[in-house]
Design a protein around this ligand. Structure first.
Ligand code: COA
Ligand code: ZN
Length: 303
């Protein structure tokens, strides 16, 4: 059976933009629920300035509390300091973010893209020594809220520079949800073909209702790793217009119904989606949740 690998970024991307701040205990409950539902990897938090992103304060505490499952956790970092904090908290999987546009990089991590690249190169050397797996995330890979459409050549070039740094796992992120299936194919096909020994993850936001279609286009281009957010939570505080990620429940339902295994129990995932909605005081997003609830009420099994 064909297989895809989902990383639920709800406890990071999903929570970083919420008006309601969750306690570390509540965040722990969400991460634990996602792991119990069979989600292979969970982005549990971010080692960022608590002044810049108050919702991510205490991410180190969270990681330390989850030490026994740390191989299934991932943490986002904006810079070298973030890497040190992540490593000291026992992180085994780290994602360093870099933006395809210089303006967005400045707004997000307060340095030029070139400086981020230099830091990522140094972090990669350190990560190898520490036996930490480093992934680089190219944000605003299709469109930047400040500079407009991102040229394919710019992403290809950044991917090549990351490859030169030794990076072999690259996340291509549609931070503001502006991609469409054709644009996804046009970018992901040359990336997958051109960097045959790189693992690509695609990260879609559902701002224009194209999250699922974009994920399918990426899958058709050969991508097997996807980010999604339980309950469709999400958004970036530094990217105007960014709304929630594609809902994990929707992605799981789509792939499972296509006969592609995710290893995730949809019903258990829905319980976590409900919990996330209750904690954040937001309605649970995505479409699969509502549909499946109706099916369950009628006593129908998923097929
Ligand atoms: N985590 C926690 N604290 C950090 C840090 C990190 N990764 N990097 C720097 N700091 C601290 C510094 O130690 C310093 O602390 P001090 O005031 O006690 O001396 C303070 O933050 C300022 O350091 P500086 O290097 O000047 O940072 P800055 O103010 O330019 O902010 C970032 C840079 C990257 C830390 C900040 O913009 C940030 O955290 N952004 C978050 C980006 C994000 O999460 N985006 C959404 C996801 S893509
Ligand atoms: Zn995102």
């Amino acid at each position: 059976m064909d297989q895809v690998f989902l990383c639920d970024v709800g406890p990071r991307d999903g929570l970083q933009n919420q008006a309601t701040l969750l306690s570390v205990q509540q965040r722990l409950q969400l991460v634990d629920g996602l792991l119990q539902a069979g989600v292979p990897l969970v982005e549990a938090g971010a080692m960022v300035s608590p002044k810049a992103v108050p919702a991510m304060a205490g991410s180190d505490e969270l990681l330390l509390a989850l030490a026994d499952v740390k191989s299934r956790l991932q943490v986002l970092i904006p810079n070298a300091r973030g890497y040190q904090l992540a490593r000291d908290a026992g992180a085994e999987n780290v994602v360093a973010v870099i933006c395809a546009s210089n303006t967005m990089n400045q707004k997000n991590v307060r340095m030029d893209t070139l400086d981020s690249l230099t830091q990522i190169s140094q972090i990669q050397q350190q990560a190898l020594a520490d036996k930490v797996r480093l992934q680089a995330c190219i944000a605003v890979a299709w469109e930047c809220p400040f500079e407009g459409r991102t040229p394919i050549a710019a992403v290809m070039s950044l991917a090549a520079q990351l490859y030169e740094c030794g990076i072999r796992h690259i996340n291509i992120a549609d931070t503001i949800g502006a991609a469409n299936p054709k644009a996804v194919k046009d970018l992901m096909q040359p990336l997958v073909r051109g960097f045959y020994d790189v693992t690509f993850t695609c990260h879609f936001h559902d701002t224009r209702a194209m999250g699922l279609a974009n994920a399918f286009a990426a899958y058709e281009a050969g991508v097997k790793h996807f980010d999604a957010s339980v309950g469709g939570l999400g958004g970036c505080p530094f990217a105007p217009g960014a709304t929630g990620n594609v809902a994990s429940e929707d992605l799981v339902m789509m792939f499972e119904q296509m006969g592609v295994s995710t290893g995730i129990d949809l019903e258990q995932l829905m319980v976590v989606g409900q919990l996330a909605g209750d904690f954040t005081e937001q309605p649970t997003g995505g479409r699969a949740h509502k549909w499946r609830m109706l099916q369950l009420e009628k006593g129908r099994t998923l097929c």
